[in-house]
Design a protein around this ligand. Structure first.
Ligand code: XUL
Ligand code: CO
Length: 439
C-alpha cells in the first residue's frame, strides 16, 4: 500500500508554543483529566463520508478535491478508501470511525449485490481495525441519496420503499456489529414533508416507529447491545424533518415507547439550523436522560444551511463539554467529526489540518469546562438561585404537600413577592472568560 496523505506526518502533541501546522497545541491525548486520558474522554471519530468521500461538490460547482485515491474503478476506490482512512486515523491518533453503508462500497443493482460488496470491504476493514487498534463508534445506513427515497424512507407513502429500507438497515446493523461498534444512528434526511397537502403525517410517524421497533427486535437477534441514536435536524434536504430537534425527537420516542433503546446524537450545526444553541440541544438531551453522542462541527452564523465546518469555536465547545461532563462523560458515544474542509481548501492535507483544529478545540473545551466545574462558582450560583426549593414552601411543594388552595392562602398571607434575586448573567459570563483565559 502506498501513502495517500504523503504530506501529512504523524501528528503529535507539541504544546501551545508550537508553530507546526501538523501538531496538536492543546490536545495531549495522554493527559489525565477526571481519572482518564483525554483520548479516552473525548473519543474522537473520523467520518468516512466527509474525509474519504466529499470532494467539494456544491449546488453550483463540481468537486475541487481529488478523492479518487489513484483509481477509477468503484470497488478499487472502496478498497483504497480503507487504506487512506486508516492511514489518516493512524497519523492523527484517531481511534474511531463512523460510516454509512454506501460510504464503504458502491450500491449494486440488487440488494444481494450491494451486500456482497459490503462483505468484501468490511472484511478488509476488520483486518485493518486489528492491525491499527481502531474501533467503530457508530454505523448508519444512507437512506437519503438514492432516488427511491425521494418521498422518504421509513416514512415513504410507498410500502415497497419501507421494505427496501428495512433490508438496507438490517445489513448496516450487521456491519455495525461486525466492526464491534456500540452505536447505530438514524438520521432522517428524507423523513419529513415538502407539503402537508400530500402527506398523511400520522401514518408516516407510526410507520417510522414501526421501523425503529423492528430495528430493536433485530438488535436483540444479532446481539447488538449498544445504543441507537436519533440525530435531530430540522430541515435540509427536506423542508420539514420530523426529528426537528432533541425535544421533538424525545417526544416521538416517548409516544412510541422507544426510550429504552434510543438516545440522541446531537450535531452542533443541526442545533443552529433549529434555532438553538449546541448547549441547548445537549441540555435537553441530558435532562431527559437521553444524551448519547455528538457530531462535532459548526455552521456559519451568516448562512442558513449545513456547512459542516470543522469546529473552531472554543466558547461553544466549552459549553458543550460542560454538558457532557455534567452527564458523566461519554459512555457508548464520542465526538464524531461530521465535518469537511472548505471547498477552496482543496488539498488532502487540509482535511488533516481540519481534524487537528477540531481536536484542539474540543480538548480546550473539555479542559475549560472541567476547570469551570472545579471552580464551582457557576454551580454554586445556580444552587443558590434555586435555594427556595430546598426549604419552606418550596420544599413543601416538591414534597407534594401543597395544592392550589393552600398556595392561595400562603400567597395571601405573603402579600407580594419581595425575594427575587439578580440573575447575574454578566457576572457568570465574566467567570467563564476568567476561567477560560487563565487555563
Ligand atoms: C447530515 C448528517 C449525516 C448524519 C449521518 O446532515 O449529519 O451525515 O450524521 O447520516
Ligand atoms: Co451528522
Amino acid at each position: 500500500m502506498g501513502e495517500f496523505f504523503e504530506n501529512v506526518p504523524e501528528v503529535k502533541y507539541e504544546g501551545p508554543d508550537s508553530k507546526n501546522k501538523f501538531a496538536y497545541k492543546f490536545y495531549d491525548p495522554k493527559k489525565i483529566v477526571r481519572g482518564k486520558t483525554l483520548e479516552e474522554q473525548l473519543k474522537f471519530a473520523m467520518a468516512w463520508w466527509h474525509t474519504l468521500g466529499a470532494d467539494g461538490t456544491d449546488m453550483f460547482g463540481v468537486g475541487t478535491m481529488d478523492k479518487s485515491f489513484g483509481t477509477n474503478d468503484p470497488m478499487d476506490l472502496a478498497k483504497a478508501k480503507v487504506d487512506a482512512g486508516f492511514e489518516m486515523m493512524n497519523k492523527l491518533g484517531i481511534k474511531y470511525f463512523c460510516f454509512h453503508d454506501r460510504d464503504l462500497a458502491p450500491e449494486g443493482a440488487t440488494i444481494a449485490e450491494s451486500n456482497e460488496r459490503l462483505d468484501v470491504i468490511s472484511d478488509i476493514i476488520v483486518d485493518k481495525q486489528k492491525e491499527f487498534g481502531i474501533n467503530c463508534l457508530w454505523g448508519t445506513a444512507n437512506c437519503f441519496n438514492n432516488p427511491r427515497y425521494m418521498h422518504g424512507a421509513g416514512t415513504a407513502p410507498n410500502a415497497d420503499v419501507f421494505a427496501f429500507v428495512a433490508a438496507q438497515i438490517k445489513k448496516a446493523m450487521e456491519l455495525t456489529v461486525k466492526f464491534g461498534a456500540n452505536g447505530y444512528v438514524f438520521w432522517g434526511g428524507r423523513e419529513g414533508y415538502e407539503t402537508l397537502l400530500n402527506t398523511d403525517m400520522g401514518l408516516e410517524l407510526d410507520n417510522m416507529a414501526r421501523l425503529l421497533h423492528m430495528a430493536c427486535d433485530y438488535a436483540d437477534k444479532i446481539g447488538f447491545k449498544g445504543d441507537f441514536y436519533i440525530e435531530p435536524k430540522p430541515k435540509e434536504p427536506t423542508k420539514h424533518q420530523y426529528d426537528f430537534d432533541a425535544a421533538t425527537a424525545i417526544g416521538f420516542l416517548r409516544k412510541y415507547d422507544l426510550t429504552d433503546r434510543f438516545k440522541m446524537n446531537i450535531e452542533a450545526n443541526h442545533a443552529t439550523l433549529a434555532g438553538h444553541t449546541f448547549q441547548h440541544e445537549l441540555r435537553v438531551a441530558r435532562v431527559n436522560g437521553m444524551f448519547g453522542s455528538i457530531d462535532a462541527n459548526q455552521g456559519d452564523e451568516l448562512l442558513g444551511w449545513d456547512t459542516d465546518q470543522f469546529p473552531t469555536n472554543i466558547y461553544t465547545a466549552t459549553l458543550g463539554m460542560y454538558e457532557v461532563i455534567k452527564n458523566g462523560g461519554f459512555t457508548n458515544g464520542g465526538l464524531n467529526f461530521d465535518a469537511k474542509q472548505r471547498r477552496g481548501s482543496y488539498r488532502l492535507e487540509d482535511t488533516a489540518i481540519g481534524h487537528i483544529i477540531g481536536m484542539d478545540t474540543f480538548a480546550l473545551g473539555y479542559l475549560i469546562a472541567d476547570k469551570l466545574i472545579e471552580d464551582g462558582r457557576i454551580d454554586e450560583f445556580v444552587a443558590n438561585r434555586y435555594a427556595s426549593w430546598t426549604t419552606g414552601i418550596g420544599k413543601s411543594i416538591i414534597d407534594g404537600k401543597e395544592d392550589f388552595e393552600s398556595l392561595a392562602a400562603y400567597a395571601e398571607k405573603m402579600g407580594d413577592v419581595t425575594t427575587n434575586i439578580s440573575g447575574e448573567q454578566e457576572y457568570l459570563e465574566s467567570v467563564i472568560n476568567q476561567v477560560m483565559l487563565s487555563l
